[in-house]
Design a protein around this ligand. Structure first.
Ligand SMILES: [Zn+2]
Length: 138
C-alpha cells in the first residue's frame, strides 16, 4: 500500500464506497466557479457519472486521483511493487472502466476532459487550461 493513501481513505475505498467531493474535485469546481462557468455535478444518467458537467459546452470532466486511476507517466500512477497481485487487477479494472465511460460519453456526443490530481498543484496552469477549454473564442 502506497503511504500517500491515507488510512481512513483507504478503508472507505476498501468498503467499496465511491468517492465523491474529493479535494481535487472541489478545487476544480472553485476554479470553474471563479471563472464564471456554469456546471452540474455527478450526473447519474451519464456513463461513468462524470464529476463535473458543463451542459453548455457538452463537456464532461473527470477529476481523477493519480493512483486509483493510474495516471500514466506520473510518480503516483504506478502499480505498487508490494502486493502487486492484489493491486494490479484492481487498478487495471479502474482504468478499463474509465476507458469505457469515456468511449460511451463520446459516442453520445460529449467532449470528455480528464484532470489529474497532480495537475492541480499548478493553480494558474489549471486556470489557463480551463479558460482555453471553455472561454468564448474570439
Ligand atoms: Zn498524476
Amino acid at each position: 500500500m502506497p503511504d500517500f493513501v491515507a488510512r481512513e481513505k483507504r478503508s472507505r475505498i476498501m468498503r467499496g464506497v465511491k468517492q465523491k467531493d474529493t479535494k481535487p474535485e472541489i478545487k476544480v469546481r472553485k476554479l470553474l466557479h471563479g471563472l464564471g462557468f456554469r456546471f452540474r455535478l455527478h450526473r447519474r444518467d451519464l456513463p461513468g457519472r462524470p464529476d463535473i458537467v458543463l451542459p453548455k459546452h457538452r463537456t464532461a470532466i473527470f477529476v481523477h486521483g493519480c493512483f486509483w486511476h493510474q495516471h500514466s507517466g506520473c510518480k503516483d500512477g504506478r502499480i505498487p511493487s508490494s502486493n502487486t497481485e492484489y493491486w494490479e487487477p484492481k487498478l487495471k479494472r479502474n482504468v478499463e472502466r474509465d476507458r469505457q465511460s469515456i468511449e460511451a460519453l463520446e459516442a453520445q456526443g460529449w467532449t470528455v476532459r480528464v484532470i489529474w490530481a497532480c495537475e492541480l498543484e499548478d493553480n494558474e496552469g489549471m486556470e489557463r487550461r480551463l479558460l482555453d477549454w471553455f472561454a468564448p473564442k474570439r
